[in-house]
Write a protein that binds this ligand. Structure first.
Ligand SMILES: Nc1ncnc2c1ncn2[C@@H]1O[C@H](COP(=O)(O)OP(=O)(O)OP(=O)(O)O)[C@@H](O)[C@H]1O
Length: 349
């Protein structure tokens, strides 16, 4: 169920041009600076803003040179930055309205549980907080039984305690429904993204797997001060005495501080911030860092005054190190060189 498009259009004086193929599964994060056209692209794909070109979903034309399918006939669920709920109805009334309109095929109680809004069902929409309204809007989108979800900063008003559980929920939903997800937050991208689409100045530019987007020295993500690499791994054993959790990635084991044990074999994303990686020529003695691994330098690029980012190969994985230009000079770092990386890592769900 892929979405394929090649469109261009205007919003006031702003021009937008984008083409791409949204994978049929998982989360594609649309990322880019404010005002670059991310919301406009979502609205054009949904049919809420006029544009030219073609949009096809699952082999059906949503838009061509000759015709455009009305929004309500497109099998999609959309969350806009300001959730548009019916203010004269309760939360339950909002869900029921969409269920009836879409033929009533979905299991509404299961969706209510999935998005955890059981306690809100009898509340009036006007009294909801911004974060509650966004959760209700997500539930309402799911009640429409969508084949595609377009989510425009769905967590912008959600507080920290609810954020992680909602991210988990969206990741679960994305296993059955493809999600195009707009955010400014690198944390959300790291947690959710399978693919990343980078938008700048009205143009949809690079599109690729998240690991590649994060580690590309030509792209905007690897040179940020909070640049990270992601490694896929599985949970290993838990050391109860020191509260350390092993995570296996390929042939390496990382040790991470952990308050409690996680189930062995559970898949996990390991997040390694470039600023938490330091480099040495030989295995350091007496280091407090638990993870010291052999790496090979792939490439180096400047990333701000007195700073460089080094792209490193760790077996089949890529890791980034952000180091001072002085260290770069003193270690005489160059492509092909073998070094040791001291790494602090953080596990994500
Ligand atoms: N109704 C409108 N009339 C005129 N210009 C508009 C209108 N809506 C949006 N724009 C302009 O279009 C450009 C793209 O806006 P859009 O909201 O799509 O960007 P965005 O990347 O989603 O931004 P943000 O991340 O801040 O939400 C901006 O320059 C914006 O000012």
């Amino acid at each position: 169920m892929t979405l394929e498009f090649d469109i261009h259009g205007r919003v006031g004086d702003f021009r937008l041009r984008a083409s791409g193929v949204l994978p049929g599964r998982g989360v594609t994060v649309l990322f880019g600076p404010s005002g670059t056209g991310k919301s406009s692209l979502l609205q054009m794909l949904a049919g809420l803003l006029p544009c030219e070109g073609h949009v096809r979903f699952d082999g059906h034309s949503w838009q061509s040179r000759h015709a455009a399918l009305p929004v309500w006939q497109r099998p999609l669920g959309m969350l806009q930055q300001q959730p548009a709920l019916f203010s004269h109805l309760t939360v339950a009334g909002n869900l029921e309205y969409v269920r009836k309109r879409r033929g009533g095929r979905v299991d509404v109680p299961a969706i209510v549980r999935e998005v955890r809004i059981e306690g809100l069902l009898h509340r009036r929409v006007q009294g909801l907080s911004g974060g509650e309204a966004q959760r209700v809007a997500l539930a309402r989108a799911l009640v429409g039984d969508p084949a595609l979800l377009l989510l425009d900063e769905p967590l912008s008003a959600v507080d920290l305690p609810h954020r992680e559980s909602l991210l988990q929920r969206i990741a679960t939903i994305a296993r059955r429904i493809p999600v195009l997800y707009v955010t400014h937050s690198l944390d959300e991208l790291l947690y959710l993204a399978d693919q990343v689409w980078l938008m700048d100045n009205g143009l949809l530019q690079d599109q690729g797997p998240v690991h590649q987007a994060l580690a590309s020295l030509d792209g905007p993500l690897a040179t940020r001060s909070d640049a990270c690499a992601l490694l896929n791994g599985v949970m290993g054993g838990f050391d109860e005495e020191d509260h350390l959790q092993a995570v296996k990635t390929g042939q390496h084991v990382f040790w991470l501080p952990a308050a409690q044990s996680r189930e062995t074999g559970e898949p996990v994303r390991l997040r390694i911030a470039a600023r938490d990686v330091s480099l040495t020529r030989s295995v350091p003695e007496g280091s407090s860092i638990l993870n010291i691994l052999p790496v090979t330098v792939v490439a180096v690029t400047p990333c701000g005054p007195g700073q460089h980012v080094v792209r490193l190969q760790l077996d089949e994985h890529i890791v980034l190190a952000r180091i001072s230009s002085r260290s770069l000079r003193e270690l005489a770092i160059q492509p092909g060189q073998r070094l040791y990386a001291q790494i602090k890592a953080v596990a994500l769900a």
